[in-house]
Write a protein that binds this ligand. Structure first.
Ligand code: SAM
Length: 288
């Protein structure tokens, strides 16, 4: 069994980018009345105590969400990108840092459905307990890459899928690419968010981004946030993680303007050397 526990990293820079975008996408989906399905292929434990748990050991949240809250606390709400206000409103009303299943629970409506996969036995038990009072939600102790296939296409033809592996082994990169390809074949109009790390000693994250952007002809975008100095990341834990990125397929059309405003703000606040990256390719192949 692999050792990754998301509790050590909850609320860090990677979570801020991922969860800000996830909140935006789910809120957008909920603007239409039709029911939707949320699938979390790598769900983690659901929610993470700031104090007393693993999150206290690494304190990654102190360099991520805590810094963001400190900065936005000092400026007017109207000076903070709206996308961040929305994300932060969900954090401020939580006793613990909400992971992706918790955010989905907060945003989705009573008639929507949530399916979460988690393979780690201990995190699965925490996740199952966390979701146990929610009749919309189901926790599955199974492989999320495999499970995804069985849920697509959803009957309502409306779904948001988060693919957020831990990339502890090299084959997670290949599995991500093939799971995305298969999912897009079965349900090409779904909204998908695919997370990947940027590692100082390994180009796999960049290679995956390029193949993810090339494997689909519809609207897609990719956002990156650099949270550490690449040179200093070498030799540190997590294979020299110095940033992370998200590829989004069929993003809300409003996501482009929202990320163009939010990424530089995040780069100033929690980034390293103010570096972020963004690319939007529309269904005609025009890069913007
Ligand atoms: N999505 C969560 C969030 O944003 O709050 C964080 C998930 S964490 C990055 C990745 C999780 O995937 C870990 O808890 C790990 O145990 C789990 N995992 C690893 N391989 C898996 C697989 N093949 N299927 C399902 N879960 C897996």
């Amino acid at each position: 069994m692999l050792g990754y526990r998301h509790a050590f990293h909850a609320g860090g820079g990677a979570d801020v980018l991922k969860h800000t975008t996830l909140v935006f996408c789910l809120e957008y989906l909920c603007q239409k009345e039709t029911a939707c399905l949320y699938i979390d292929t790598h769900a983690g434990a659901g929610s993470y105590a700031f104090a007393g748990g693993y999150a206290e050991q690494n304190k990654e949240w102190k360099t991520g969400v805590a810094r963001l809250m400190e900065k936005t606390g000092k400026i007017k709400r109207s000076e903070t990108p709206a996308m961040l206000n929305s994300y932060l409103s969900h954090i401020k009303t939580s006793a613990a840092y909400p992971g992706s299943p918790a955010l989905a629970q907060k945003i989705l409506r009573p008639y929507d459905r949530i399916v979460c996969y988690e393979k780690h036995p201990a995190d699965f038990l925490l996740l199952r307990e966390f979701l146990s009072h929610d009749c919309r939600a189901e926790a599955r102790n199974a492989d999320g890459f495999e499970g995804l296939k069985s849920l697509l296409p959803p009957p309502s033809r409306r779904a948001c899928v988060l693919i957020d592996p831990s990339y502890e082994t090299q084959d997670d990169y290949e599995k991500t690419a093939s799971a995305v390809m298969e999912a897009l074949k079965r349900f090409p109009t779904g909204m998908y968010l695919v997370w990947r790390p940027l590692l100082a000693l390994d180009k796999a994250g960049e290679t995956l981004r390029d193949s993810l952007m090339a494997m689909y002809n519809g609207n897609r975008c990719c956002a990156e946030l650099i949270t550490g100095d690449k040179r200093h990341a070498i030799g540190t834990k997590r294979g020299g993680l110095y940033g992370s990125g998200l590829v989004v397929y069929n993003p809300p059309w409003t996501l482009k303007a929202a990320l163009e405003e939010t990424l530089p703000f995040l780069a100033d606040c929690i980034g390293w050397d103010h570096v972020s990256g963004f690319q939007w390719i529309d269904k005609r192949g025009n890069a913007q």
